[in-house]
Design a protein around this ligand. Structure first.
Ligand code: NAD
Length: 438
């Protein structure tokens, strides 16, 4: 199969590299010339474990190439995937579909043969119908069938997720699209644990939003239970285990923390609410999830400030900035709201992150970036773990205690225990650990 991937970001680059690794011939297209130049030099535009090696081996094998020319990229393609961004539209939270629409129109104009146009970007239900209208208007004489193939990969584990997904969802309206997508994903059907689920297009589009809203709900649920644990003297980690061992509930996404962030959950929950409003079908649970999560990020800033008594004139060392480990993605990261709140309270911020500093510089002002956690802790009045990178999971807590001006560790990811911290001479505040168990 010859595949063109329009948009070479987290999803487009990983999907393109994995498709080529399956044996397909893939051209990744991006209008950002800098990204394409970097890829030609073998430099990855994002941090994703294992991606550089995967890209290098497939480029070497002649199955994967990069271009900024969409016309060149789609030449001879059997399938064209759109993997451009669908950010929140400023003001109303609706998914901004302008990049998807523009890409669809350009693809239709440039295709030199009939092809299947597949939307991989996360798009509201009904977008496929609109894309179909756009391509029909742009290329009335060409047979371009439109399909939906939402992506479920997680940043930080993207290659594993793409190659061994829990499922692949393909939304199709005709047999040709079904056959092409079945052929593209055939390497996965050898793997019995990765079913390829075919649905109608609108259903596939909605599956993606329903999945993200459900996961966001699970996280938000356990975060509220964590607050109740703090108030009642219970331990949220034990509650999570106690409920998660029930197969009907499942253990994943039950880690209490500073609230969900990232490039998907915040914007996708907002977009789903817009769809619900548009179709006059309120989703009250998702509404509550969005509100509770927004509140939580600010509440975490207040939690740190309260632990210090008065944050004015104090220095806070923040360990971890990205919305989760193993990515450099800072989009909607809880660290942003936490740091901004502490700055509003008059605190100075020192921060470190193994991969996120370059992105963080674009989003935060007046932060001193340090190379490692010990340098960040030097003279600090509080050390706060915001993202649970491996590099922060086995800190020498005695060294941290010694470096600080005031030995206070606020652990928003429950990496350590009260006993570990106390033995190192640190005051310790975690998430969802009531007084009785602290
Ligand atoms: P991204 O911002 O990292 O990448 C999008 C890329 O598309 C950019 O490099 C941009 O330059 C390029 N682009 C935009 N318009 C273009 C055009 N007309 N021609 C060529 N290139 C163009 O975005 P992302 O994080 O990869 O997300 C893409 C989509 O996938 C979104 O809808 C997102 O919701 C969805 N998604 C993301 C993830 C994730 O973990 N990031 C997971 C699942 C689904």
């Amino acid at each position: 199969m010859r595949i063109a991937m329009i948009g070479t970001g987290y999803v487009g680059l990983v999907s393109g590299a994995c498709f080529s690794d399956f044996g397909h011939e893939v051209v990744c297209v991006d209008k950002d010339q800098g990204k394409i130049d970097a890829l030609h030099r073998g430099v990855m535009p994002i941090f994703e474990p294992g991606l550089d090696a995967l890209v290098a081996s497939n480029v070497k094998a002649g199955r994967l190439s990069f271009t900024s020319s969409l016309a060149e990229g789609v030449k001879g393609a059997d399938a064209v995937f759109i993997a451009v961004g669908t950010p929140s539209r400023r003001g109303d939270g609706h998914a901004d579909l302008s990049y998807v629409h523009a890409a669809a129109e350009e693809v239709a104009r440039e295709l030199d043969k009939d092809a299947v146009l597949v939307t991989k970007s996360t798009v509201p239900v009904g977008t496929g119908d609109e894309v179909e209208r756009i391509v029909r208007d742009a290329a009335p004489d060409r047979r371009i069938t439109v399909a939906s193939n939402p992506e479920f990969l997680r940043e930080g584990a993207a290659i594993g997720d793409f190659k061994h997904p829990d499922r692949v969802v393909c939304g199709v309206e005709d047999d040709h699209a079904r056959e092409v997508l079945a052929a593209i994903y055939r390497p996965l059907s050898l793997n019995q644990s990765s079913p390829v689920l075919f649905t109608r297009r609108r259903t596939a589009e909605l599956i993606k939003y329903a999945a993200n809203a459900f996961l966001a709900t699970k996280i938000t649920f356990i975060n509220e239970i964590a607050d109740l644990c703090e108030a009642t003297g219970a331990d949220v980690q034990e509650v999570s285990r106690g409920i998660g061992l029930d197969n009907r509930i499942g253990r994943k996404f039950l880690h209490a923390g500073p609230g969900y962030g990232g490039s998907c959950f915040p914007k996708d929950t907002l977009a789903l609410l817009q769809t619900a409003e548009q179709f006059d079908t309120p989703l009250r649970i998702v509404q509550a999830v969005v509100q509770v999560n927004d509140h939580r990020k600010r509440a975490m800033g207040r939690k740190v400030a309260k632990a210090m008594g008065d944050a004015r004139g104090k220095t806070v060392a923040v360990l971890g900035l990205t919305f989760k480990p193993n990515t450099d993605d800072m989009r909607d990261a809880p660290s942003i709201a936490i740091i901004q709140h502490l700055q509003d309270c008059g605190a100075s911020i020192r921060a470190c992150d193994p991969e996120g500093v370059e992105q963080a510089r674009k989003m935060l002002t007046n932060v001193d970036y340090m190379d490692d956690p010990y340098a960040a802790a030097e003279g600090a009045d509080a050390v706060v773990i915001v993202t649970e990178w491996d590099a922060y999971r086995a800190l020498d807590l005695r060294r941290i205690a010694k470096a600080t001006a005031n030995p206070l560790l606020v652990d928003l990811r429950n990496v350590y225990s009260h006993g570990d911290a106390k033995a190192a001479g640190l005051d310790y505040i975690a998430i969802g650990k009531g007084e009785a168990v602290a």
